[in-house]
Write a protein that binds this ligand. Structure first.
Ligand code: ADP
Length: 258
């Protein structure tokens, strides 16, 4: 997936400016950036919810805005932030929505659909909860349901907008381990927005730093997580040490201007 000279503005204020970025198939890439740097807007463009003003996103050398929605949904699955559960839908019913791109008018789920749904439930350790109403689940379990819905789509690409937000630290790692498993064992290419730099270091092959709608850096965590980059990206002084052969970002009380 490649983003070329992408410019996007809400009204007259540009949010993404001549953005160029390439995501590598097979890898886990995390997007880091301060609030307002344009991460969610970029994800909305990648999910075709917003159209760029200039430039384009290419998937398999085709402009994604010229690919039919159903076809695109068989290639790229997106888990947005703040999904809401309403009504009494069960976990399995929710996950089965992932099959929508494969459904013909008025058709029912066939064996192939049921197999994909079962596999998705299995991969996210949700089998035992499949008949539970999703409203009864904890935040961590619900996040697994949204990811399972995306898995039932059977796409090579999985995009996740802040998959660990609102989860306590145990469930954050739970989700990150599952995402790693999807990459390792199910060959999913993962692009995700993360807030925690150390989690991005531990779970990504590449990190992209978005700053004011542009790419400030992209590369392996070891190379790009530096004190200077962190200072520019977040506007605070963070210590970058090394621990178990990897960078680790340390932060305590910060003397930043409020
Ligand atoms: P991030 O996800 O990195 O926090 P966003 O993409 O949400 O950044 O926002 C980038 C900028 O665009 C922010 O300044 C935000 O206020 C603005 N913005 C986001 N959504 C809208 C919208 N629907 N209308 C107008 N401005 C918006």
């Amino acid at each position: 997936m490649e983003i070329k000279n992408l410019t996007f503005a809400y009204g007259r204020r540009p949010v993404l400016k001549e953005l160029n970025l390439k995501f590598t198939p097979g890898k886990i890439t995390s997007l880091l950036g301060s609030n307002g740097s344009g991460k969610t807007t970029l994800f909305q463009i990648l999910s075709k919810g917003l159209k760029p003003k200039r430039g384009a996103v290419f998937y398999d050398k085709k402009n994604i805005h010229s690919i039919k929605p159903k076809e695109y949904a068989k290639q790229v699955a997106i888990v947005h932030q703040q999904n809401r559960v309403t009504g009494d839908m069960t976990v399995r019913q929710l996950v089965s929505f992932g099959r929508t791109p494969y459904m013909k008018m008025m058709s029912r789920y066939d064996n192939r659909d049921n197999e994909a749904i079962d596999n998705a439930l299995e991969a996210m350790s949700l089998k035992e909860l499949s008949s539970t109403p999703a409203v009864n689940l904890s935040g961590g379990q619900r996040q697994r349901v949204w990811i399972a819905m995306a898995l039932a789509q059977e796409t090579p690409w999985l995009l996740l907008d802040e998959p660990t937000t609102y989860l306590d630290i145990r469930y954050q790692y739970d989700i990150l381990e599952l995402i790693k498993k999807l990459n390792d064992q199910y060959d999913k290419t993962v692009v995700m927005i993360l807030h925690d730099v150390n989690q991005a270091i531990d779970y990504s092959d590449e990190i992209v730093g978005l700053y004011q709608g542009k790419v400030l850096f992209q590369g392996e965590p070891e190379k790009v997580v530096t004190k200077e980059h962190m200072h520019t990206l977040f506007g605070v002084d963070l210590e970058v040490e090394r621990y178990e052969d990897r960078p680790i970002v340390l932060h305590r009380r910060c003397l930043c201007e409020v």
